[in-house]
Design a protein around this ligand. Structure first.
Ligand code: UDP
Ligand code: MG
Length: 320
C-alpha cells in the first residue's frame, strides 16, 4: 500500500565498473532505506535499483548476489555500455515506485539529503533537485569547466540548475512526463526542469569519490556539455548567421574601397601579401568553425531520425 505520506521509494543507481564502491554503496543505501521505513516516512516496499551500464568487472555479479540476499535490491542489466545519462534514463523508466531518487554509485552525493527530498515530496513537490553547496571536492579543471559550461548555457538561454548533477527525486507523475521525451540525445539536467512541475531544491555538500576512478574524463564532460547546449538551443546556428552577416558587411566595405582604389589609381600602400593572407586565414577558420557547428546539428538530426532504441535491457533481477 502506498500513499502520499508513505510513498514507495525507489533509489536508482547507474553503475559502470563500480565493484570497488558497490559493497559500501549497497550498505549505505540499505541503511538509509531502513531508517526511512522505520521512521514511517516511506513504505516498506521501497527498493534500491542498480543499473549495470555494461560493466566489464564484477559489478553485475555483485548486484546478482545482492538481489539474491535481500529483497529490497533489484538489478537492471543493460546490453552494453550506453553512458551515464542513458543508464539513468533506463533505470528511471524501469523502476517502480511513487517517488524515484537517482544518485551516483560512488557516494559523492550526500545520501542524507534523501530525507529532505522525501519530506519535500510529502509536502507536495513533484521534483526535488539536489544542489551542492560548494565544489571544493572537485579539481580546478572540473570547477572551471563546469563554470564555463553553465555560463555559456545561460547565454544561450538554456534553463539548467547550476551545481545540480543528477541527484534528484522525481514523482511518478514526473517520470511519466519524462518518458515522453524519447530523444536520442537525452540530457536529463536540461529536460527535467522543462517538465514544469512543482519543484524545489535541497542543498548538500558533495564529498570525494568513495573508491575507484571517475568515469567522466574531459572527453565525456566536453561531450555532455556540447550535447547539453546543442540539444536545447539553436543559438549557435543563429550566431553563425549573425557573424556571417557582419563579415558580409565588412567585405562589402572593403570591396567598395578596393574598387575605388583601382578606378582612381589611388596609392593604397598595399603590396598584396598581408591583405591577401589575413582574410584568407580568418575567413577559412570562420567557415570551418561554422561548418562544424552546422555539422553538429546535422549529426544530431541523423541520430534522431534513425530512432534507434535509447537503451536495451538485457535482464532484470528481483521483483515479482
Ligand atoms: N556511469 C555509468 N555509465 C558511464 C559512466 C558512468 O553508469 O558510462 C555511472 C558511474 O558508475 C557513477 C555515475 O555514473 O555511478 C557517475 O560517474 P562518475 O562518478 O565516474 O562521474 P563524476 O562524479 O566523476 O563526474
Ligand atoms: Mg562521481
Amino acid at each position: 500500500m502506498s500513499t502520499k505520506s508513505m510513498p514507495i521509494l525507489a533509489i536508482v543507481i547507474p553503475c559502470l565498473n563500480e565493484e570497488l564502491v558497490l559493497p559500501a554503496t549497497a550498505k549505505t543505501m540499505s541503511a538509509k532505506l531502513d531508517s526511512l521505513v522505520e521512521r514511517g516516512l516511506i513504505s516498506p516496499d521501497s527498493r534500491i535499483y542498480f543499473v549495470d551500464d555494461g560493466s566489464t568487472d564484477d559489478t553485475w555479479e555483485f548486484i546478482t548476489q545482492l538481489v539474491n540476499s535481500d529483497r529490497k535490491f533489484r538489478g537492471i542489466k543493460l546490453a552494453r555500455n550506453y553512458g551515464h545519462q542513458y543508464a539513468l534514463y533506463a533505470g528511471l523508466m524501469n523502476a517502480e515506485g511513487d517517488a524515484l531518487v537517482s544518485i551516483d554509485a560512488d557516494l559523492q552525493d550526500d545520501i542524507n539529503a534523501v530525507d529532505q527530498m522525501v519530506e519535500r515530496y510529502r509536502e507536495g513537490y513533484e521534483i526535488v533537485f539536489g544542489v551542492r553547496d560548494d565544489r571544493n571536492t572537485d579539481g580546478k579543471f572540473k570547477r572551471w569547466s563546469a563554470a564555463l559550461h553553465y555560463w555559456v548555457a545561460a547565454r544561450f538561454g538554456i534553463k539548467t540548475i547550476p551545481n545540480h548533477a543528477d541527484f534528484r527525486l522525481m514523482s511518478k507523475k514526473a517520470i511519466a512526463m519524462l518518458g515522453k521525451y524519447r530523444e536520442d540525445n537525452i540530457y536529463l539536467r536540461g529536460v527535467v526542469p522543462l517538465l514544469g512541475l512543482k519543484s524545489c531544491k535541497v542543498f548538500y555538500a558533495r564529498g570525494e569519490r568513495y573508491a575507484g576512478e571517475s568515469k567522466y574524463g574531459w572527453k565525456e564532460m566536453f561531450g555532455l556539455s556540447v550535447r547539453g547546449i546543442t540539444s536545447f538551443s539553436i543559438t549557435p546556428l543563429r550566431a553563425i548567421a549573425f557573424f556571417g552577416f557582419a563579415v558580409f558587411l565588412i567585405s562589402l566595405g572593403l570591396s567598395g574601397w578596393a574598387l575605388w582604389a583601382k578606378m582612381t589609381n589611388a596609392e593604397t600602400g598595399i603590396d598584396g601579401w598581408a591583405s591577401t593572407v589575413i582574410p584568407m586565414y580568418l575567413l577559412g577558420g570562420l567557415q570551418l568553425l561554422a561548418i562544424g557547428v552546422v555539422g553538429e546539428y546535422i549529426g544530431k538530426m541523423y541520430m534522431e531520425v534513425k530512432k534507434r532504441p535509447m537503451y536495451q535491457v538485457e535482464e532484470i533481477l528481483g521483483g515479482d
